[in-house]
Design a protein around this ligand. Structure first.
Ligand SMILES: Nc1ncnc2c1ncn2[C@@H]1O[C@H](COP(=O)(O)OP(=O)(O)O)[C@@H](O)[C@H]1O
Ligand SMILES: [Mg+2]
Length: 234
């Protein structure tokens, strides 16, 4: 089954073309890495997939529905999530946020159980009562992944989840995602192709257009020191 079907979409902000004639598909259970230069349109593509933005041309289907209709099936770990360090939320409260829905004002025992289970999935259950603000950057990132998992998504979108964490944490995040990929479809933006190529099923390069890159090609690029040339392409 196709989870994502992107058919010839184009998108511009106020006349500034960001994506042009983009088509790709993702099947159920795939773990896909998106990479490309800064400003290439990766985050914009996520915003389109979630239905926050609309393409000016072309069509996006998620689970054979319009993105907005499918939003309940997906969860998102945003890029650059900033949190006021003094905001007094516990880890459990942050994760419970993933169970929020319009018009819902209280959490049930089922919500709390789902939050706890999500914390267990990221091996952070012992921190449930701790202030979120006091965790390290890598721990916060894992909590934000737990928050996304708490809604039991069928599609998980992660925007540079390993950008500000050290190598050891990055490794645990990849291990976690590799385990999860049997349960859901995963799209992740990353710059670390070296690591991604070992873990993911497919690599998509986002740079105005979206093109598939063969895993062997990535290795070749690394061997030749070519990856950074894409960033200089005009
Ligand atoms: N809300 C916005 N309004 C106008 N331009 C934007 C907006 N968001 C992003 N852009 C521009 O669109 C391009 C793609 O950005 P983005 O999707 O964030 O790329 P990436 O995530 O690959 O770094 C960039 O040139 C960026 O400056
Ligand atoms: Mg981005």
């Amino acid at each position: 089954m196709k989870v994502i079907e992107v058919d010839s979409i184009s998108f511009a902000y106020d006349g500034k073309q960001v994506l042009q004639d983009v088509s790709f598909q993702v099947s159920e259970g795939e773990f896909v890495a998106l990479f490309g230069p800064n400003g290439g349109g990766k985050t914009t593509l996520f915003h389109l997939l979630m239905g926050f933005l609309k393409p000016q041309r072309g069509e996006i289907r998620l689970f054979n529905q319009k993105p907005k209709e499918a939003r309940k099936e997906l969860a998102w770990v945003p890029q650059n999530f900033h949190f006021d360090p003094y905001f007094p939320l516990s880890v459990e409260e942050v994760v419970l946020g993933g169970r929020m829905a319009p018009g819902k004002w209280r959490f049930s025992a089922e919500d709390r159980a789902a939050a706890m289970e999500a914390l267990e999935q990221v091996s952070m259950e012992s921190t449930s009562k701790a202030p979120f603000a006091e965790l390290s950057g890598g721990q916060k990132q894992r909590i934000l992944i737990a928050r996304a998992l708490a809604s039991s998504p069928k599609l998980l979108l992660l925007d540079e989840p390993t950008a500000n964490v050290d190598h050891a944490i990055e490794k645990t995040i990849y291990e976690l995602l590799s385990r999860l990929k049997n349960q859901m479809t995963i799209l992740m933006v990353t710059h670390n192709l070296n690591r991604a190529v070992e873990a993911v099923d497919r690599l998509l390069c986002v740079q105005t257009s979206v093109s598939e890159m063969a895993q062997e090609k990535v290795c070749e690029h690394f061997a030749l020191g070519l990856y950074h040339s894409t960033e200089e392409k005009t």
